[in-house]
Design a protein around this ligand. Structure first.
Ligand SMILES: C[S@@+](CC[C@H](N)C(=O)[O-])C[C@H]1O[C@@H](n2cnc3c(N)ncnc32)[C@H](O)[C@@H]1O
Ligand SMILES: [Zn+2]
Length: 280
């Protein structure tokens, strides 16, 4: 399974195919001699040259996401994503690419339901350490979604993007004709009951129209549905939820410990939109 995923990769420097070397360490090597060693946790860092000006999720933010997702609060979403991906991944030799895979939680759910090969991309090496442990059969790559993806044209059957940046032109290039793009976004009112306490930005109206607009020219919308998950969370869970998302970059330790010591439980609702597109 890993070898099928690695076969779809292309060298980010020269776009050549990779051979798999295995002296002391798993290595990706192209014919022009560009070499990428696997980290000891099993992921590959393919980012070369100047780093992107980007604040990657920290180890603590990643640990918070792992705790929260592992507790099963969003398992209804993982199930819905796996179901949406199952039919386009039925083809033997199918490939799914998870853009912004994070800890690999949703890719794991997809790979459990299908025999597809998987590629997980993320800019945070802390996230990929976890993803590589959870999905060792997938190619887990440190990569920036805003750059040309290190993946061959017309190879993926599904690209999935769960709360992560979208690069429609590149997603369309790597998908096979007729391939599916599955995008998960929060809807207005997402976690509204705890948003002001946690510094999370509220989700503006019109976000769905903007998503459809940004896909135009590359993708046609095929289906879109809402999923609401009622949650009852303890103080430490609210703190994890706040810290695991984009607001985590700005939250202060004091604010977090205040959340973590909240007495009792808080009721809120996670509101998602799952949007499916087909390459135009
Ligand atoms: C809110 S998290 C979602 C992670 C995962 N899909 C999940 O739902 O658990 C957003 C993820 O996108 C990653 N990310 C943000 N910008 C990125 C970029 N330019 N390239 C690759 N990954 C990026 C972050 O490191 C983070 O893991
Ligand atoms: Zn090369």
């Amino acid at each position: 399974m890993l070898s099928e995923a690695l076969a779809a990769l292309r060298c980010p420097v020269c776009q050549g195919v990779f051979q798999l070397g295995q002296s002391q360490q798993l290595t990706l090597a192209c014919n022009s001699g560009h070499l990428f060693d696997a980290a000891k946790q099993g992921y590959f860092n393919l980012l070369t040259g100047k780093g992107t000006v980007f604040e990657a999720d920290s180890a603590e933010m990643v640990a918070a996401r792992h705790r929260f997702l592992d507790a099963g609060h969003y398992s209804g979403l993982a199930k819905a994503v796996a179901e949406a991906a199952a039919v386009p991944l039925e083809r033997p030799g199918a490939l799914v690419l998870d853009a912004g895979t994070g800890t690999g939680h949703y890719l794991h759910a997809v790979l459990r339901r299908s025999d597809a090969a998987g590629i997980g991309l993320d800019i945070s090496k802390f996230a990929l350490r976890r993803a590589a442990r959870l999905n060792p059969q997938a190619a887990n790559l440190v990569w920036d979604i805003w750059r040309p993806l290190p993946v061959a044209d017309n190879t993926a059957d599904v690209v999935m993007v769960v709360f992560a940046p979208r690069n429609p032109a590149e997603f369309a290039r790597v998908l096979r004709p007729g391939g599916s793009l599955i995008v998960v976004t929060p809807r207005p009112g997402h976690l509204a009951e705890i948003a002001d306490r946690t510094g999370m930005l509220s989700i503006e109206e019109g976000k769905e129209e903007r998503l459809a607009d940004s896909m135009r020219g590359h993708f046609d919308s095929t289906r879109s549905f809402s999923l609401d998950l009622p949650l009852t969370l303890s103080g430490p869970e609210v703190a994890d939820l706040a810290f695991m998302g984009p607001a985590g970059h700005h939250l202060q330790r004091g604010q977090l410990s205040e959340l973590a010591t909240l007495e009792g439980s808080v009721a809120t609702t996670a509101k998602f939109r799952i949007s499916e597109f087909i390459v135009s």
